[in-house]
Design a protein around this ligand. Sequence first.
Ligand SMILES: Cc1cc2nc3c(=O)[nH]c(=O)nc-3n(C[C@H](O)[C@H](O)[C@H](O)COP(=O)(O)OP(=O)(O)OC[C@H]3O[C@@H](n4cnc5c(N)ncnc54)[C@H](O)[C@@H]3O)c2cc1C
Length: 388
Amino acid sequence: MSRYVVVGAGVAGLTIARQLSAAGHAVAVVERDEVVGGLARSWHYGDFHFDVGPHRFHTDSPRVSSFIREVLGDDVIEIPRRSGVRMFGGFHAWPLRPSVLFAMPFKYMVRGAFDLLRRERLEGESFEADIVNKYGRTLYSIFFEPYTKKFNFASPRDLHQDWGRAGVNRAVIDKRASADTLWSLLKTTLLPKPVETTFLYPPKGVGTFSEKLAEDIVTAGGRILLDCPVTGLDSDGRRVTAVRTSTDRIPCDGVVWTAPLPLAASLLGLPVPELEYLSTVFYNLEIHAPDRIGFQWTYYGGDEVFFHITNLEQDWDVPHGFAVMGANTSELLVMPGQTQTITWKPTRPGVFPFYCTDFCSALHQEMQGYIRVSPKGSSTKITYNTGQ
Ligand SMILES: Cc1cc2nc3c(=O)[nH]c(=O)nc-3n(C[C@H](O)[C@H](O)[C@H](O)COP(=O)(O)OP(=O)(O)OC[C@H]3O[C@@H](n4cnc5c(N)ncnc54)[C@H](O)[C@@H]3O)c2cc1C
């Protein structure tokens, strides 16, 4: 029996800790946060369960899915995957269906057809080369390039193809929806029936998985130390001999590190790798209305901003309008109980007022606000003050 310290109680750390403790090793999981789950944790608010952004268990590996089922027991459901993209002015199911071909501007259709006939060949191992060689320049420039830039703030030109392939495979998952070339992608699109893929999900949030892993670890004699950031690593020059927290020193024969790598390097006095981390802002909404879009995950392409305006008035004679400079919506009238959507594309940095365009009530003049459009790459914080 060996003594292991696992740093980080996300799915990676907990899965390894569960396997180690089931194999009879003494395991301590050390976690900075007050709850387990890391990026795949959940929290609960009234009857609602929130994950850190949309999370789904989707795999084509029977071994992985039977492990997930084993851990979750009865707390799992299998549901059809519903993903979407918003492109060319409308919502489209992903993997794409023929409707997207008809929504495509004519020039892209022509260019796409041309790509099928004449293959551009790029040298190298970049994600750009991989996509252009497989699907052609048109699909690259209308979908993959802006998607990657929006998600990762990096150009596919600067990313290795392995990263991109993993992402594309993850998006497709089902081998029937083959997408190795533009031809096969097109064939998938034209299948009479969409390829139905499913995923596993614990109804009380993806965090249930980590909570169950933690229970299994404790049942097998392991320890989970929460609210316990690692502050130091002792080493004999060859291996880590103990993990330090603000209150404890935990001697060990081995460490599994799943927290950010630069921290491990700096605690060991090694050169710290220059890794960039992206911050993500999540908005969690409690919505008491039927789902209007029907997708569990939707990618919004382009730079358009969407305003979904709902009129919450109780009195039938209080409509509201909505305008923002350049959106040309002066005729918009949202009646009580209605929701209307407008799109707006910022064309330059600046501060743009938006306001109600219908003289609705005595509080009409309060119905206004501002949108700030920052220059590209800007890191100026959005703050407000009351002038004091
Ligand atoms: C919006 C979003 C959606 C996603 N959707 C999916 C999906 O649908 N399917 C899927 O498979 N994956 C999805 N992922 C990816 C998935 O969430 C991650 O790959 C996974 O949760 C990473 O687990 P991890 O254990 O490696 O890392 P983490 O979850 O980051 O765990 C690391 C842990 O280390 C802890 N830690 C950090 N510093 C210290 C310290 N000094 N001392 C102690 N502990 C420390 C952290 O608090 C954290 O709990 C998604 C991710 C995001 C952000």
